[in-house]
Design a protein around this ligand. Structure first.
Ligand code: NAD
Length: 409
């Protein structure tokens, strides 16, 4: 089948390449010319395991190419950004609506339109079908619509996209059946049929569930600190109970899924969701709590010093929102680092991020150099490179470790 994938980002491009590998004729569309040029040169424009090889092979096979505008196809897949407005906490569906409008001129009767972007309940009807029906009243009832949320994890996207179970919800039973058959052409996991509104909510609930569970761990870490008990030991021992599985506390919650998607639920049912709102508040407050621990450590360093004119050096380990990736979106580490940079008369922050070669705002420092120079070491992201370092370097330093990386040394 000919498939047009709109949006060639972290999710859209792997999907396009996997579809090409499965034998479909794929044209990927993006508004960014550099993305289109990269794909047409057989290159992946971002850092993701297996992607360089997958895109190169798909391009070489002649089944994957990119363009700036949509073309006629049998199936259209919308993989567009759905951020949340940071003030109002309302989902911003403008990119999806723009992408939908862009396919209207080339749509024809019998096409299948798929929304993959994480969206509020009802978006497939309101932001996709209704937009198409307004622009193309001639196609009312002539298009099939399905929602299929993306579940792949950055860092292992290709494998997860091919192997994870998928949920497909159509606006009609016929659309669902057609959608299931389409996903079965390239997904090895089970493809589970349902209706559109259920599929939309399933995706949001998955991430809200993670957010609430992480909030519990983060709240525990704060309360354990107050009563002077080691949170990691508490969690390890509590998790030996056969039906308890407490997650790890950390610097906060980042990434553009778990920190964002719960708001899509809260916005639609504010009175019914006090727990999800509280979880968001707990997780958002964690970077400030980490900062407080860093300030205390700096104060101890200053107190022990004769020379109070020298700045306290703080090695900040990790900008990414989670271990093993270069993704800084919504990263709680950035809250900590930007505040330490702001108080630059008292503190010199040495920023380490092994997954980046440079950063627009911060000069990056090598791990050993930063730790050797530092008075205080704060571990913001549990990158494996940090765990692998010579632990003797930490001797005599103040260590703030909200992610528990050095818990056992
Ligand atoms: N990245 C993840 O880990 C992940 C996981 C699950 C779900 N999702 C969801 O998948 C969706 C896409 O996320 P992503 O991470 O791939 O986003 P992204 O920002 O990496 O990619 C989106 C792409 O769409 C392009 N674009 C924007 N407007 C366009 C338009 N009108 N026409 C054509 N292209 C346009 C952008 O230039 C960009 O390249 C979001 O709803 C996200 O919440 C993402």
């Amino acid at each position: 089948m000919k498939v047009c994938v709109i949006g060639l980002g972290y999710m859209g491009l792997p999907m396009a390449a996997l579809l090409a590998r499965a034998g479909h004729d794929v044209v990927g569309v993006d508004i960014k010319p550099d993305v289109v040029d990269a794909v047409n040169a057989g290159e992946c424009p971002f850092n993701e395991k297996e992607m360089p090889d997958l895109v190169a092979k798909a391009h070489k096979s002649g089944r994957l190419r990119a363009a700036l505008a949509p073309e006629e196809a049998d199936i259209f897949v919308l993989s567009l950004p759905t951020p949340v407005d940071h003030e109002s906490h309302v989902a911003d569906m403008s990119a999806v609506r723009a992408g939908v409008k862009s396919i209207c001129p080339v749509l024809k009767a019998g096409d299948l339109v798929v929304l993959e972007s994480t969206s509020p309940v009802g978006a497939l009807e309101a932001d996709v079908r209704d937009v198409i029906n307004t622009a193309r009243p001639d196609l009312a009832d002539a298009i099939d619509y399905i929602f299929c949320p993306e579940r792949a994890i950055p860092g292992d996207t290709v494998r997860e996209m091919a192997e994870n179970d998928r949920v497909v919800g159509g606006l009609t039973p016929e659309a669902t059946t057609r959608g299931v058959a389409f996903y079965q052409t390239f997904v090895k996991g089970d493809v589970l049929p349902t209706e559109a509104r259920v599929a939309e909510l399933v995706k949001l609930v998955e991430n809200a569930s993670r957010d609430v569970q992480i909030a519990f761990a983060n709240e525990l870490s704060k309360m354990c600190h107050e009563v002077g008990v080691d949170v990691w030991e508490v969690i390890n021992l509590a998790n030996r109970h056969p039906r308890v599985n407490i997650l790890n506390p950390g610097t906060g919650v980042g990434g553009h899924c778990i920190a964002v998607d719960p708001w899509f639920i809260i916005q639609q049912a504010p009175k019914a969701t006090p727990l999800m709102r509280a979880a968001r508040a707990v997780n958002d407050s964690k970077p400030e709590w980490v900062l407080e621990r860093v300030r205390e450590a700096c104060a101890r360093v200053m107190k022990a010093r004769a020379d109070t004119n020298t700045k306290v050096r703080v090695a900040c380990l990790g900008l990414a929102y989670k271990p093993g990736v270069d993704d800084l979106r919504e990263s709680p580490s950035l809250v900590v680092v930007s505040e330490l940079m702001r108080v630059k008369d008292d503190v010199e922050a040495l920023v380490v991020e092994p997954y980046l070669t440079r950063h627009p705002d911060y000069t990056l420092v090598g791990l050993e150099e930063a730790v050797t120079q530092a008075d205080v070491v704060v571990v913001l992201t549990a990158h494996p490179q940090f765990y692998a370092m010579d632990k003797a370097l930490l001797s005599g330093k103040e260590l703030v470790d909200p992610v528990g990386l050095f818990k056992n040394i």
